[in-house]
Ligand binder design. Structure first.
Ligand SMILES: NC(=O)c1ccc[n+]([C@@H]2O[C@H](COP(=O)([O-])OP(=O)(O)OC[C@H]3O[C@@H](n4cnc5c(N)ncnc54)[C@H](O)[C@@H]3O)[C@@H](O)[C@H]2O)c1
Length: 283
């Protein structure tokens, strides 16, 4: 059974919907009969996305809005036009960028990344939650996190920080909503694994063969529908490299760094390499 927010005739708003996971989610909820607002800054990709959806689903009601999530005016326009389009029951805060910025470098890069990945997500969350609180009806927000915001692999500090912030924000939001309105408005954290999208494969085309390791974006979208339907908060995705059992051990190891007073990110510390390897040896 679907989550009550995923219902025929209601509106789903998806940011970063022209490509990758956002596009797959837009297509998946359109298949459920939802009217879909696709928001993206890439006008050309957005146009192609909408054409492809119309080809597959000629009856789908779609609204494409070109805009940048970092622009307050664009977010207001998105909110306003989405509410005019129908009763919005689902917001998927998906748009994000992956950009290298190390802990002591590139302040401008940090600000730019946090603006796209975190501040705009928070802003849109505020706009729609405020609207939902003022009305009746079931609704849900899905914020898109990452395993990089949980086990925080080294190498992409700014990205990991943004995704860790989204995790905490969404957990707080879920709790506050539960206290205030029960199950009427729910919040969810989508945690994709390694996925075959332009974020990881910038030059990919429709003909690019998928390597074995990543999941497809469609698998991620399917997991979202399935786990939301089961009422989960964490919409966790494994991939073809990392099983759920391996991810469980990695998350446990990360949490145990603090409890066992190990060095930060000990999973990648040479002195702990053998201990970590031993901890997953039976998998
Ligand atoms: N691909 C993965 O392996 C992976 C893993 C974990 C989490 N994620 C998360 O999943 C989400 C989707 O990732 P993806 O791989 O599909 O990304 P992608 O780069 O393939 O697609 C992102 C889409 O967002 C749009 N976008 C980017 N900046 C924007 C802005 N400022 N305003 C409006 N639109 C903007 C892009 O134009 C693009 O259409 C992201 O939040 C990402 O962090 C992805």
């Amino acid at each position: 059974m679907n989550h009550p927010a995923i219902r025929e005739g209601a509106v789903a708003v998806v940011t970063g919907a022209a490509l990758g996971i956002g596009y797959a989610i837009a297509r998946r909820v359109a298949r459920e009969g939802m009217n879909v607002v696709l928001f993206d800054k890439d006008a050309e990709a957005l146009d192609l996305a909408v054409r492809a959806l119309r080809r597959d689903m000629p009856d789908a009601r779609l609204l494409a809005i070109k805009g940048d999530v970092t622009c307050e005016d664009d977010l207001h326009r998105l909110h306003e036009q989405s509410c005019e389009f129908g009763e919005v029951s689902l917001l998927v805060n998906n748009a994000a960028i992956l950009k290298g910025a190390g802990p002591w470098e590139d302040m401008a890069g940090w600000r730019a990344l946090m603006e796209v990945n975190f501040w705009s997500l928070l802003r849109l969350q505020q706009m729609f939650v405020e609207t939902w609180l003022a009305h009746e009806g079931r609704a849900a927000i899905v914020n898109v996190g990452s395993k990089e915001g949980i086990t925080t692999r080294p190498g992409n500090a700014a990205y990991s920080v943004s995704k860790a912030a989204i995790k905490v924000l969404t957990e707080q939001l879920a709790h506050e909503l539960r206290e205030r309105v029960g199950a009427r408005i729910s919040a969810h954290l989508l945690i994709p694994g390694y996925t075959f999208t332009p974020m990881n494969f910038p030059d990919m085309t429709a003909d690019t063969p998928k390597p074995d390791s990543p999941w497809t974006a469609d698998q991620v979208a399917e997991r979202l529908i399935e786990k939301m339907g089961e009422g989960d908060f964490y919409l966790f995705c494994e991939d073809n490299e990392a099983s759920w059992e391996l991810d469980q051990r990695r998350m446990q190891w990360a949490a145990d760094d603090l409890i066992q007073k190990r060095p930060a990110l000990s999973r990648w510390h040479k002195d702990y390499a053998d201990a970590f390897a031993a901890s997953i040896a039976d998998l």
